[in-house]
Design a protein around this ligand. Structure first.
Ligand SMILES: N[C@@H](CCC(=O)N[C@@H](CS)C(=O)NCC(=O)O)C(=O)O
Length: 235
């Protein structure tokens, strides 16, 4: 079970005019951006595990990025990154695994070996899923993106002890959710295509996700998203 909900006041984004935080002072910091789906994965996991007080959110304005972020925190200059115990780790899938293994709260990786195997398979596929859906925006979108949502529908049929990919909520859901969220918004807005229509498992997954207190505050701004995707993919 997720840790009970916490009403958190979200901090403002830091930009090129902002002073750096006192990096490596022992505070654990999760550097994110409020619109970034990769960062959102880590934010969901931090919330689900109830780590609001243990892991401080540090949102970064990527359009007007503070120079100290690259210089002092994370040389690849991307979000997310996690500052913990004198080091900084990046790559969202690595960060969510790290947070799950190194912090308290509900375990988001299964004990069951069949579930572990399937979790590895789904995490290995997530980049392909994302690439294929983005690729479909330039082609026969409904057919090509539809095949990817069919993949999710089939995957969701495998374990029926709950609505999530492995039954109970896990790192796999956190890895897919930010992207499915964005694709659902964009495809509905641009093509009036409902990704959940005819896909009851996917519909139930989206519904359950939307009920999670850990997920709700992490959702992207749909207006910003549609504008950004239109300029990027349809211009
Ligand atoms: N593979 C990385 C991707 C992270 C990523 O591309 N983040 C974007 C924001 S959504 C970023 O920081 N972009 C800034 C840049 O590339 O300079 C991960 O999974 O963490």
């Amino acid at each position: 079970m997720a840790t009970p909900s916490v009403q958190e006041v979200l901090p403002p984004s830091l930009d090129s005019t902002s002073e750096p935080p006192p990096v490596f002072d022992g505070t654990t910091r999760l550097y994110i951006n409020y619109q970034c789906p990769f960062a959102q994965r880590t934010w969901i996991v931090r919330n689900y595990k109830g780590l609001h007080d243990k892991i401080k959110l540090v949102p970064i304005d990527l359009q007007n990025r503070p120079a100290w972020y690259k210089e002092k925190v994370y040389p690849p200059n991307k979000v997310p990154s996690l500052e913990h115990n004198g080091k900084v780790i990046g790559e969202s899938l690595d960060v969510i695994k790290y947070v799950d293994s190194n912090f308290e709260g509900p375990a988001l990786w299964p004990d069951d070996s069949d579930k572990q195997k399937f979790a590895d398979e789904l995490l290995a596929y997530v980049d392909t899923f994302i690439k294929n859906v983005f690729g479909s925006f330039k082609g026969d979108t409904i057919k090509e993106a539809g095949a990817e949502f069919d993949y999710l529908e089939t995957a969701l049929q495998k374990f029926v002890d709950g609505p999530f990919f492995l039954g109970q909520f896990s790192l796999v859901d956190a890895a897919y959710a930010p992207f499915v969220e964005r694709f659902q918004i964009f495809l509905h807005e641009v093509l009036k295509y409902d990704i959940t229509s005819g896909r009851p498992k996917l519909a139930a997954w989206v519904k359950e996700l939307n009920n999670l207190d850990a997920y709700k505050p992490t959702k992207c701004d749909p207006k910003h998203l549609v504008q950004f995707y239109k300029s990027r993919f349809l211009a």
